[in-house]
Write a protein that binds this ligand. Structure first.
Ligand SMILES: Cc1cc2nc3c(=O)[nH]c(=O)nc-3n(C[C@H](O)[C@H](O)[C@H](O)COP(=O)(O)O)c2cc1C
Length: 352
């Protein structure tokens, strides 16, 4: 079975990889991820605030508190404050690069163009094969328009793209008013990949202590649906390759992601829950499914459920809204939206 895929211009053995997370803080865990068949290793992020030396204490406390809310039996490695030190981050990139044969993708997390962006070049020099830029931003200023937020993001993408020669992926949140337009603008600035989507960590309210608590809950498969829709809508419309991150927990989830058009499928929560070996379980599940359904390669399946290629494109658009609402039946019974039609797999070109 040919599982190969091209993501960010990198030829990978298959699309499955760990997403950005502290799983990479521990070299032994990184080796276990590679042994379990990770097609690439995505580093956790180096944050703008860390590079600028801002709020180190607050960050450290916040991180420790929110990680404390993770499931107790998770495979989350021991938290080491070194994760907040840019020099040690670069050293970890070098060590991981020396330890594994698969591509290593560095990660920068920030929102404003500025001197910290120099770190992109340092991550490249440390040996990263590509860079993921996470633009996690909460627009809380009533005086700032959506257009201003997007312009700043695009300027940042442009600046980082200019700073490095390695491929650049942009990890986006879904909360933009015109995500397709924004994706096309990012594409036009030369980004090589889009990573859909960031998860926002919502603070909870502790009603006895009157505290806003940072919480970090691991995802469930239902979070994948948002990613499937927008990947399907973007599939074939941008030159950049697409990675899905969020809600992939099983072989079925990974197959859906690829059918929607993903070139890469990133996982974190399921690896924290079940450990690195879950990568192998999911890959074997994907292979078995492809064989059972007569596929010869993963490319044959990729994008077959994209907006432009799937049998019922209206399912991704507003046209289906009324049908879905009026089709609800007590007990959660589902009413078919359209007559089922055998999939005509129409592979799309690999992304850059
Ligand atoms: C403990 C933890 C740490 C994370 N750290 C980062 C990070 O440093 N940078 C980043 O871009 N995403 C980070 N993420 C987000 C993940 O990369 C991923 O996008 C998100 O968890 C959704 O994928 P999942 O449903 O497979 O968990 C982190 C997630 C978790 C659970």
């Amino acid at each position: 079975m040919d599982l190969t895929t091209t993501y960010l211009g990198l030829k990978l053995a298959h699309p499955l990889m760990p997403g950005a997370s502290p799983l990479v803080d521990d070299l032994d865990t990184v080796r276990r991820l590679e042994d379990a068949g990770a097609a690439a290793i995505v580093m956790h992020s180096l944050f703008e605030e860390q590079i600028n030396g801002e709020n180190q204490v607050a960050l450290r406390e916040d991180e420790a508190r929110s990680f404390g809310t993770l499931e107790s039996d998770s495979h989350f490695p021991r938290i080491d404050p070194f994760t907040l030190d840019p020099d040690r981050y670069l050293e970890q990139v070098r060590r991981i690069k020396a330890a594994v044969r698969v591509p290593v993708i560095g990660s920068l997390n920030g929102t404003t163009p500025g001197g910290w962006v120099e770190s992109a070049r340092l991550i490249e020099q440390a040996g990263a094969d590509a860079l993921e830029l996470n633009v996690y931003f909460l627009a809380t200023d009533p005086g700032e328009t959506g257009a201003e937020v997007e312009t700043r993001l695009l300027d940042l993408v442009h600046t980082v793209k200019q700073a490095v020669k390695i491929p650049l992926a942009v990890k986006l949140s879904p909360f933009y008013s015109s995500i397709v337009n924004l994706a096309c603008e990012i594409d036009a600035r030369g980004a090589n990949g889009l990573v859909l989507f960031n998860r926002f960590y919502q603070p909870d309210i502790e009603i006895e202590r009157l505290e806003a608590m940072p919480t970090l809950r691991l995802s469930e498969s239902d979070e994948l649906l948002l990613r499937l829709r927008w990947t399907a809508i973007l599939s074939g419309r941008v030159r950049a390759s697409i990675a899905i991150t969020g809600g992939v927990h099983s072989a079925t989830d990974a197959i859906k992601a690829i059918m929607a058009g993903a070139h890469a499928v990133q996982m974190v929560s399921t690896l924290l829950r079940h450990g690195p070996r879950q990568l192998r379980v999911i890959r074997e599940g994907v292979i078995a499914w492809l064989q059972d359904h007569g596929y010869e390669s993963i490319n044959q399946m990729r994008g077959s459920m994209g907006l432009r290629t799937c049998p019922d494109p209206a399912a991704y658009e507003r046209a289906n809204y009324l049908r879905v609402l009026t089709s609800w039946r007590p007990g959660g019974r589902r009413v078919p939206m359209s007559s089922p039609r055998r999939l005509q797999a129409q592979p799309l070109d690999d992304g850059i």
